[in-house]
Design a protein around this ligand. Structure first.
Ligand code: LLP
Length: 417
């Protein structure tokens, strides 16, 4: 079989499972490149930068591939800033969003010369202004706008509607821009939106971009001439199972004309689109069991390794690496964790698999390892990068010692208020 493990050589995956062990995440550099290049081609008609959303997969090996392609980065914390600087991304191409950036994080971003620190509230703007003045250093900023545009997606993945916690409400943006322009140390370079994730239909991108343009016109009319770019966010959906995934071309057609008309550059922040289907999670079958009429396949990866099925009820294809015709059955693929919600698939049709064989869980390159935990004291899986016919371990498997680092069984220092 293996034909289903799109873009991966099943023999190589089996070799990785045997050498590195399971569970393990495996990422294909070539599949990431193909996605990036398809989007870059679609956007070729406009000055643009694809700012990879690091939260989707922050592995340094993955960042290395994207940096070599010329990507910028979308970050949401100093931890992500540190990673992209380690991977030598150009600070000018870094966009820093997030509703809860601390003063310390803002200071570090200003010092690093981050291209766009996106303010998400007037209260944050107070902090940003104070930090830039204290540091006596200019801050290059954007406004993250809440464009009040609805999308079709999972409830947890909608971010651009009026009541969301993200961005500055549409009707307050011009006033905020005016405030920024009045601050000598702040430079307003752009407007940004991010309307949500796993978006199948590009129409909301078009609507949102038009709304950003209305703001550009109003901001320019108030005498502010510093705007350079519109950031239309991430969120491009992918095909995990039978979903519709928008083509890069459709995305480009939805956003480019309006941004071009305003004479601005275009930024976008895809995460999932670039890496989701470039990653698989390898897991080994431990046991088989039946209970109450249900067939169980118990594997060595659980919700601590990959939480999307439990958290979003997400469907991820599961494919055995071993070839050969076998009967199909309906099974629950579950992990070793002591929670009923610990599953990779429920009531899934799968060819009959047995203990010892390796399964590939597909579409796990985005929001896989980065959302892993050590629940039940399970060390986190290693991450492997495949490039052509070679691979390397880009992150070692966590050890049991790692799990107790910083803890002590006997108190060493007691404090009193
Ligand atoms: N830009 C901003 C400001 C974001 O908040 C996000 C994702 C992105 C870009 C990238 O979105 P993408 O292109 O990957 O859809 N953990 C969830 C998804 C939550 C995404 C949060 N923000 C999942 O497993 O599907």
């Amino acid at each position: 079989m293996g034909a289903g493990v799109l873009g991966f050589d099943p023999g190589l995956l089996q070799a990785i499972a045997d050498r590195i062990g399971t569970p393990s995440y495996v990422y294909s550099a070539n599949l990431i490149r193909a996605q990036y290049n398809a989007l870059a081609d679609a956007l070729h008609g406009i000055r643009h930068r694809i700012c990879y959303s690091v939260k989707a997969n922050g592995n340094l090996g993955v960042l290395r591939v994207l940096k070599q392609l010329g990507a910028g980065a979308d970050i949401v914390s100093v931890g992500e800033l540190r990673r992209v600087l380690m991977a030598r991304f150009d600070p000018d191409g870094i966009v820093f969003s997030g509703v809860g950036k601390t003063a310390a994080e803002i200071a570090e971003a200003i010092r690093a010369g981050v291209g766009f620190i996106n303010v998400e509230s007037t209260s944050e703007l107070d902090t940003l202004t104070g930090v830039a003045n204290d540091l006596k250093t200019p801050a290059r900023i954007g406004i993250r706008v809440n464009p009040d545009v609805a999308i079709e997606s999972h409830l947890y993945m909608k971010t651009g509607e009026k009541t969301a916690k993200f961005g500055i409400p549409f009707d307050e943006v011009v006033a905020v821009a005016t405030r920024i322009a009045a601050e000598p140390r702040l430079l307003l370079r752009g407007l940004a939106m991010h309307i949500g994730s796993q978006i199948a239909d590009v129409t909301p991108y078009h609507r949102g971009t038009i709304k950003l343009l209305e703001l550009v016109t109003a901001i320019r009319a108030s005498g502010i001439t510093t705007l350079e770019a519109l950031d239309v966010g991430g969120g491009l959906g992918v095909r995990y199972h039978n979903e519709k995934a928008p083509s890069p071309k459709a995305f480009a057609e939805a956003v480019v004309p309006a941004v071009s008309a305003a004479g601005l550059g275009l930024l976008c922040e895809p995460g999932r689109y670039l890496v989701a289907n470039a990653g698989v999670l390898l897991t080994r079958v431990l046991y088989r069991k039946h209970a109450g009429g249900k067939e169980y396949v118990i594997v060595d990866a659980g919700m601590s390794d990959f939480v999307r099925p439990s958290h979003y009820n997400a469907h991820h294809e599961i494919i055995p690496l071993r070839d050969g015709k076998r009967a199909e059955e309906t099974v629950n693929v579950v992990g070793p964790i002591c929670e009923t919600g610990d599953f990779l698939a429920l009531d899934r049709k799968l060819v009959s698999v047995g203990p010892g064989e390796v399964l590939a869980v597909l579409g796990t390159g985005a929001y896989g390892f980065v959302m892993a935990s050590t629940y039940n004291q399970r060390p986190r899986a290693p991450e492997v990068v495949v490039d052509g016919d070679r691979y390397y371990v880009a992150r070692q498997r966590e050890t049991l010692d790692d799990l107790v680092r910083g803890e002590t069984a006997e108190p060493t220092t007691w404090y009193k208020a």
